[in-house]
Design a protein around this ligand. Structure first.
Ligand code: IMP
Ligand code: ZN
Length: 346
């Protein structure tokens, strides 16, 4: 499989954390302005292979958050990340990010969200060929009151942004906190019309996963340990299959974080073979030094997918997006307009 073909294939990115997607160029730009010493630490971390465990990755987020502690930086990161995905031929992108208050810089959760919405709007005004939606993230370690504040903000900004804010993500270090405590507010978010894309079973946690699955989220992030062979249970697998809850699968991320021992063992194979809806995603393209095209290429090489398989995999993601039917139809026409050319040329 050529990387070139994966680059030319139009793509949908459904699982991209804003601060984890930051490129080295943007880090350099922001860190040099703020504190060259911090840049040294970040560069060491970002040298490929340094982010080698889950712990390590969460340390990196702490460093990145030090340079993204003001609305100007948040705007720059969002603006650059959207351009980078667009350059990789991503035609539809859902960004997710955890709103932060930083009193020393005057950043509030509202101004954080507004900075991202402004970047999305500015990219749209430039006629960049990409539709961008936005999910507000709840960190697993948050208590119910913080989670409720996030859901309130999502509801408010969904209205104010005319539908750019589409829902809620649940993320954060999977070894910390208990998602069960957040179930009532996640259920309420769904009731209020917000979509739910929840990180689930990143590490073995059968009871927690059973509890959260009762909400029937709209999509699952990772789902690494749903299967009994990976520390899950047949009941979890059956629920996900029965409700056809799409999975957002991030190959490089799982291998680097060591929640999957080797890419050959990635759970993509199991779910793909069942004909279950699977979206290949990057998770944190900056932290993991990857791109969506590289992730498609890796899936193709590892699991022996043909060009037609890759094309279909990408096309099928359109039905998993959190956008109205008209956007789906537009995207499908875009895919179909280049399909025969791309699949027939060498
Ligand atoms: P932010 O929300 O834009 O600040 O993006 C970074 C945040 O995304 C991290 O602090 C985590 O809460 C979350 N995140 C990124 N990657 C992962 C992952 O693989 N598992 C769980 N949470 C993640
Ligand atoms: Zn994630």
């Amino acid at each position: 499989m050529s990387l070139d073909f994966c680059k030319r294939t139009p793509k949908v990115e459904l699982h991209a954390h804003l601060n984890g997607s930051i490129s080295r160029e943007t880090i350099e730009k922001l860190a040099m302005k703020k504190n060259p010493e911090l840049y040294k630490d970040l560069r060491i971390c970002f040298d490929k292979g340094k982010a080698e465990t889950l712990d390590n990755v969460f340390q990196m987020f702490k460093l990145i958050h030090q340079i993204s502690d003001n609305t100007e930086a948040i705007y720059t990161i969002a603006y650059d990340v959207i351009h980078e995905f667009s350059a990789d031929n991503v035609k539809y992108l859902e960004l997710r990010s955890t709103p932060r208050d930083v009193p020393s810089s005057g950043m509030t959760k509202s101004s954080y969200i507004e900075a991202i919405l402004k970047a999305i709007e500015d990219c749209h005004k430039e006629n960049l060929d990409i539709v961008v939606k936005f999910l507000l993230a709840i960190d697993r370690r948050n208590d119910l009151s913080v989670a409720k504040e996030t859901v309130d903000l999502a509801e408010r900004y969904s209205r104010l942004s005319g539908g750019t804010v589409v829902g809620i993500d649940l993320s954060g270090d999977p070894t910390v906190g208990d998602a069960c405590t957040l179930v009532p507010i996640l259920r309420d978010a769904k009731f209020r019309g917000l979509k739910l894309a929840l990180h689930l079973a990143e590490v073995p946690a059968v009871e927690e996963t059973e509890e959260v699955l009762k909400i029937l989220p709209d999509r699952i992030g990772h789902g690494t340990c749903l299967h009994p062979n990976a520390g899950g249970s047949q009941g979890l697998v059956d629920t996900v299959l029965q409700h056809r809850i799409p999975l957002e699968l991030c190959l490089t991320s799982n291998v680097i974080c060591q929640t999957v021992a080797h890419v050959d063992n990635h759970h993509f194979k199991y779910w793909y073979d069942q004909g279950h809806p699977c979206a290949i995603c990057t998770d944190d393209k900056g932290v993991f030094s990857t791109s969506l095209s590289e992730e498609y290429c890796l899936a193709a090489e590892t699991f022996g997918l043909t060009r037609k398989d890759i094309w279909t995999l990408s096309y099928n993601c359109i039905d998993m997006i959190f956008a109205e039917e008209a956007v789906k139809q537009d995207l499908k026409s875009k895919w179909n307009s280049v399909k025969s050319y791309e699949l027939n040329c060498e």
